[in-house]
Design a protein around this ligand. Sequence first.
Ligand SMILES: [Ca+2]
Ligand SMILES: [Ca+2]
Ligand SMILES: [Ca+2]
Ligand SMILES: [Ca+2]
Length: 515
Amino acid sequence: MAAAVVASVMAMSASPAVAAPGAEAAGDEVVLTEDFRGAVNSDGERSAPVSVTATPGVPGIKGFAKTLNAGNWDAGHVQGIAVDADKGRIYYSFTTMLVKTDLAGNVLGTVSGFTGHLGDLDLNEADGRVYGSLEYKAQEAFYIAILDVDKVDRIGMDAEDAAIVTTVHLDEVVDDYSADMDQNGVFDGNIGNTPDHRYGSSGIDGVSFGPKFGSNDGAQYLTVAYGVYSNVGRTDNDNQVLLQYDTSGWGAYERPLVEADPHRSGPDTMSGKYFVRTGNTSYGVQNLEYDAFLGRWFMGVYKGSKPQFPNYTLFAIDAATQPVLGELEGTGGDTGLLIDLAQDGLVDPATDIHGWVQKADVGMESLGDGLFYLARNSVVNGRETADITLHRWTGNPAEPFVPVNDESELHRAPAFTSPAPAAATTGTGYSHTFSASAFPEARFTVSDGNLPRGIALDEASGVLSGTPVDPGVVEFAVTAENGVGEPATQQVALTVDAGVGGGLGSLGSLGALFG
Ligand SMILES: [Ca+2]
Ligand SMILES: [Ca+2]
Ligand SMILES: [Ca+2]
Ligand SMILES: [Ca+2]
């Protein structure tokens, strides 16, 4: 089977490339290698080599093509997408393989042969690698696969190539997945129709980097969502379960993927474990995505079937919503950190559950400024394919995302997102950043009153900084403007405290005055 490599790769014909940062020119050759193979099934059989027919992009918005096709692959269905806008790359998980393309749809390489379940993906901006959920349920091994995607430069690279793929094991998932909930001494394994599996956990799928829950900025954590079996006969499976990890020290845990002998190297603890009451779904959060522009987490699911719930397919959490310790309804007394759903969209009066009916279950990527790629899966000539389409967020109950045709549709008048500035101290360096949700970006000016002496405002960045000289309360107004709609104005009363220690304080003031 290794001999005749007959895959035909129709890399781009002469079509206009999308003007995108870092994108290769259309027409890049896809290099086939001797060890090129198709996907491997659970019996270890390799499929025939795939035929790649990638579709070139059409002129797009903000450098992104309006529609793209990922090619047809002899693999599982598309599970998730990730975009590296700076490098001009798109990554697709096809359950048993990873596909890498440029922003025009040219296939640049694949990693194949995952015999487990490669689910949702996200880019870690801190290290430029792609992180995806990877399950081996029979072995009770649950990993975050970390793909060094810069090294994926040809078709048919091997999932067990340690230079490309490392894995970190998540013990917490094993504990919940394999919990013998009815304490009959038997763990029933990978079936939904059982009392076993804590919270109904079927493993993991949705992943996304983003801030710690309760905050919309600061350090980035990896959030991993549980899969949850559809089971209408139990009451403890009506929450989404989200684990947050600080991955900055994960280098110590990373191990090569050895499917025949799964390792258990990973963190013992998490930064947090959270619960979101959505009602039962079919296999939990398929796609998890943090959108910094809206300050929101999105959770796309397959529809649940408990009649007492609205069974929406998209849910949202406002990033700033504080988790609250409480009882997990239906678990018989377990407690956990609960996060309320965002209070918009459709609402079910009986349960107060908010959400939308929106397909967001096989690929969803935030591109900033309210722009998203959403994926759809289909089968073409017996092979799995993915089509992604640019959408913009409307938030409308009936149609939260709509296809976007022109950049002007993204225009958004400024709205301040920064809180009131904290107090300053004379003689001490001070900094506060005014920020506004706006597209195009807003500029910030002092529209009324004067800034405290020693303090200046940068119009482009909104950074207010310097060393104040005089104590007192100084009132002024800052206006954010971007030429769209009405400018937004924030009234500020900035308290400047006198520096500690009169002598030093006045020396500091003198220094600022004369220095
Ligand atoms: Ca993302
Ligand atoms: Ca049991
Ligand atoms: Ca999935
Ligand atoms: Ca994701």
